[in-house]
Ligand binder design. Structure first.
Ligand code: ADP
Ligand code: MG
Length: 238
């Protein structure tokens, strides 16, 4: 047991150092990016196409590092989990402008289906839940590069005392041999992907007592998030 505790403590420390380091990587990156842009402009003005192309590649690679570090910081959990009774509809409403904006850029329609008779409350951390839905909607939109419909549907399972939120797209779907790997950290099929979106979703949901499943066929992909409902009795008491 004491070995276990020691090991856990060491892991926590390593996590803190890693998070601190990640943070420190961002500032110099911002400076590098700024100066590269200046050099890029100069090269363009001088008609140095090839060199300008190199700068473009460097800027793309920098944004990859920056995305990676950003998602890594998320994973290392900068603050404690704040579990409360919250409304999923409200959480979604708060991030809808971001999703709609992203969707508009990619020619995607967003449809929300509330298959609910009342507004159920779930036990979750609102900020973390936002992160989950944003990641899933981002994947859905990225899967539809020729446009399509993103459907977010909500329903409750009274018997299980859970609420489900499904995020469905009309993308090409995920082949079986890839589907097996989508929750592996750093697994990505995208040129600018980090492969951390789904692992972060899974980690967050495990932390708040929820679950995530991804189902896919040639018609598209559905990510289903399940969250524990605040039971009506607890709700009446509080
Ligand atoms: P990233 O989006 O950075 O690649 P994720 O962890 O979010 O990382 O996703 C991992 C991989 O799972 C993606 O690269 C993609 O291959 C696959 N994937 C996830 N969501 C979808 C989706 N809605 N449609 C098709 N493929 C998906
Ligand atoms: Mg993603």
């Amino acid at each position: 047991l004491s070995l276990q505790v020691r090991r856990n403590n060491r892991l926590a420390t390593v996590g803190q150092i890693a998070a601190g380091t990640a943070h420190e990587i961002r500032n110099p990156l911002t400076a590098i990016k700024g100066f590269l842009q200046v050099i890029g402009h100069k090269l363009k003005e001088n008609g140095q196409q090839k060199e300008h192309g190199y700068i473009d590649i460097m800027l793309k690679e920098i944004s990859r590092i920056s995305n990676l570090v950003g998602e890594f910081l998320m994973l290392s959990k900068p603050r404690p989990t704040d579990l409360r009774a919250i409304s999923v509809s409200k959480v979604l409403k708060e991030i809808l402008p971001i999703i709609k904006n992203e969707a508009l850029l990619h020619n995607v329609d967003v449809v929300i289906e509330r298959r609910l008779s009342s507004i159920p409350l779930v036990i979750a951390d609102g900020e973390m839940l936002k992160q989950v839905f944003l990641n899933l909607c981002k994947n859905a939109i990225e899967a539809m590069n020729k446009g399509g419909r993103l459907t977010i549907s909500m329903y409750t399972d009274e018997a299980e005392q859970t609420m489900a939120v499904e995020i469905a797209d009309e993308g090409p779907g995920i082949p079986g041999h890839i589907l097996e790997k989508v929750f592996q950290p750093f697994f990505t099929t995208k040129e600018n992907g980090t492969g951390l979106g789904l692992p972060i979703c899974r980690q967050i949901l495990h932390e708040i007592g929820g679950e995530i499943e991804v189902d896919s066929d040639e018609q598209g992909t559905v990510a289903k998030v399940t969250l524990p409902l605040v039971s009506s009795r607890v709700y009446a008491d509080s």
